[in-house]
Design a protein around this ligand. Structure first.
Ligand code: HEC
Length: 278
């Protein structure tokens, strides 16, 4: 009797599973955000190496400098890169004097030597890029309730970060008919909720004039700043790749040596003769 009961319960379980498996998928209510959300477009970046394979590859110094220019002239109105120090900019190919001059364009918090009152002073290469707003409350007050995040680590904080920043910047379009965009929001299918509080920062070609004469198309500016933000998030990317390649070469050599010494050690050991037939 107990056996029969168990069999019945088992059968019921199997039937429920089968029922679930053959149910048509579209029985679930489609999520409009999931349907409209787009994955970032794949771009070939110099730092991903040949074929975008991710091995080797270096930053293009001229591109990093252009990206920094876009950050400085456009994004820095709202976003800080507070984890980057001015002296790190030497990595972009700026000379020590240029870094010093760049730093001096910024003011950082300080203390008045004579009175002890809070004051500001010119930044030095050892300082970090200053915050744009003293805290979140001040940022939201100035930005209509929105909070522009610090961009230092943004390309690491988002999946496929470099492609994401590039696509996000160019991704503003009119919303589809079945989608309503709230007050103070912009439709952008690359943003997770599709409605972003950031106004389109790269609105037209030639928004910046590149020092190296490169034509500043919207795509070019978006690419350059995406690469710059990849560098801020991982300034040692090139060293990491070099170490990786060196480690693989080292392991290959060790494997070859190991195999050769194996051959040598066992060279004199003969295979035992087959036992004589009786
Ligand atoms: C007018 C102010 C303003 C400017 C200029 C601006 N942003 Fe933003 N940005 C914002 C705000 C506000 C948010 C937060 C959006 C939200 O949470 O809906 C944001 C968010 C972002 C995000 C994060 C998106 C996410 O996934 O959370 C990135 C990346 C970004 N901005 C990049 C840039 C870049 C690059 C530039 C320069 C080319 C730039 N922004 C210029 C205001 C600005």
């Amino acid at each position: 009797m107990i056996r029969l009961g168990a069999l019945g319960a088992g059968l019921l379980f199997v039937i429920t599973l089968l029922w679930g498996a053959i149910q048509p998928r579209d029985a679930a209510v489609p999520d409009p955000v999931e349907e409209l959300h787009k994955h970032p477009q794949e771009v070939e970046w110099s730092f991903n190496g040949p074929g975008n394979l991710g091995i080797l590859g270096t930053f293009d110094r001229a591109q990093l400098q252009r990206g920094f220019q876009v950050y400085k002239e456009v994004c820095s109105a709202c976003h800080s890169i507070h984890r980057v120090a001015f002296r790190d900019l030497a990595d972009l190919g700026f000379s020590a004097a240029e870094v010093k001059a760049l730093a001096a364009q910024y003011e950082v918090p300080s203390v008045n030597d004579a009175t002890g009152e809070p004051a500001t002073r010119k930044a030095t290469p050892a300082d970090k890029f200053p915050l744009i707003y003293p805290n979140e409350i001040a940022a939201r007050a100035a930005q209509n309730g929105a909070l522009p995040p610090d961009l230092s680590l943004m390309t690491k904080a988002r999946e496929d970060g470099t492609n994401y920043v590039h696509s996000l910047l160019l991704g503003y379009t009119d919303p589809p008919k079945n989608w309503t965009v709230g007050e103070g929001l912009y439709y952008n299918p690359y943003f997770s909720s599709l409605n972003i509080k950031m106004p389109p920062p790269i609105a037209a070609d030639d928004q910046v004039t590149y020092a190296d004469g490169t034509k500043a198309t919207r795509d070019q500016m978006a690419r350059d700043v995406a690469v710059f933000l990849t560098w801020t998030a991982e300034p040692k990317l090139e060293a990491r790749k070099e170490t990786g390649v060196a480690a693989v070469i080292f392991l290959l050599i060790m494997t070859a040596l190991g195999y050769l010494s194996y051959r040598r050690v066992w060279a004199d050991v003969k295979k035992p003769k087959a036992a004589p037939a009786e």
